[in-house]
Design a protein around this ligand. Sequence first.
Ligand SMILES: NC(=O)c1ccc[n+]([C@@H]2O[C@H](COP(=O)([O-])OP(=O)(O)OC[C@H]3O[C@@H](n4cnc5c(N)ncnc54)[C@H](OP(=O)(O)O)[C@@H]3O)[C@@H](O)[C@H]2O)c1
Length: 243
Amino acid sequence: MTKIALVTGANKGIGFETAKQLAQHDIKVLLGARNETEGKKAEEILRAQSLDVTFVKLDISVSHDIENIKNYIDREFGKLDILINNAAVFLDSAWFGNNTETVPLKTLRDTFDINYFGTVELTQSLLPAIRKSEAGRIVNISSVSGSFGVHLDETHWLYALKPYAYSASKTALNQFTVFLANALGNTKIKVNAVNPGWVKTSIGSDQAPLTPEDGAKSGVALALMDENGPAGTFSQAGETLPW
Ligand SMILES: NC(=O)c1ccc[n+]([C@@H]2O[C@H](COP(=O)([O-])OP(=O)(O)OC[C@H]3O[C@@H](n4cnc5c(N)ncnc54)[C@H](OP(=O)(O)O)[C@@H]3O)[C@@H](O)[C@H]2O)c1
């Protein structure tokens, strides 16, 4: 039976590459995008490569969109095998420095609405469909910015980069990963978080060393692993990261 995957924020960057790589494994991929024009453009590019992808309108901060996608998946496929929670925003004013004292609450709320609340609402809503999969996989695209270990280590290259809203939203996402993996411990569903690395995208900037193609690999590997794979982990390219 064909595997079905949903990738959020799949119109560009790491999400687009993740959708492409999953589809190259003969998986039917739903390309979630909040902007219809951009989503359809991505669908067109991948279909031109003979990949089985379908654009779905999905702003993860809009409950109505989440309800629609849940109903669409139930109706069309009756299950979901892979959920890649990739969509996110970076709304802090800069990557460098520490804005914890001054970051506007609106920035914090807007960031959490998407990176955390949207991801949690979508995941909870799709869990009944994922439970119907023979081997459900949930991959949360997190960031080392959300790691306590990294931010307590003065020798780490990221130590000087403390954008509070983005980082805190990823810390909360990491907690969601650990708790959900625990809650689903007696099922076949495996939940993990990954750091894609520093990747050339809108969020990563054009200074980043990795391509989106490389950045997608960590998440794709966790989405495709068999029943012996881990759950409740935080890693990059198979290497464990500090929470
Ligand atoms: N690039 C890096 O160095 C890096 C490092 C660590 C972690 N990450 C993580 O990797 C993931 C992908 O980011 P990226 O680097 O590929 O950045 P990106 O190119 O900016 O892609 C972000 C994607 O998320 C979508 N998005 C934002 N808000 C959304 C919403 N409310 N509903 C649905 N989609 C939404 C964007 O859509 P629009 O085009 O409509 O804005 C876009 O498709 C993110 O979770 C990011 O935190 C990236």
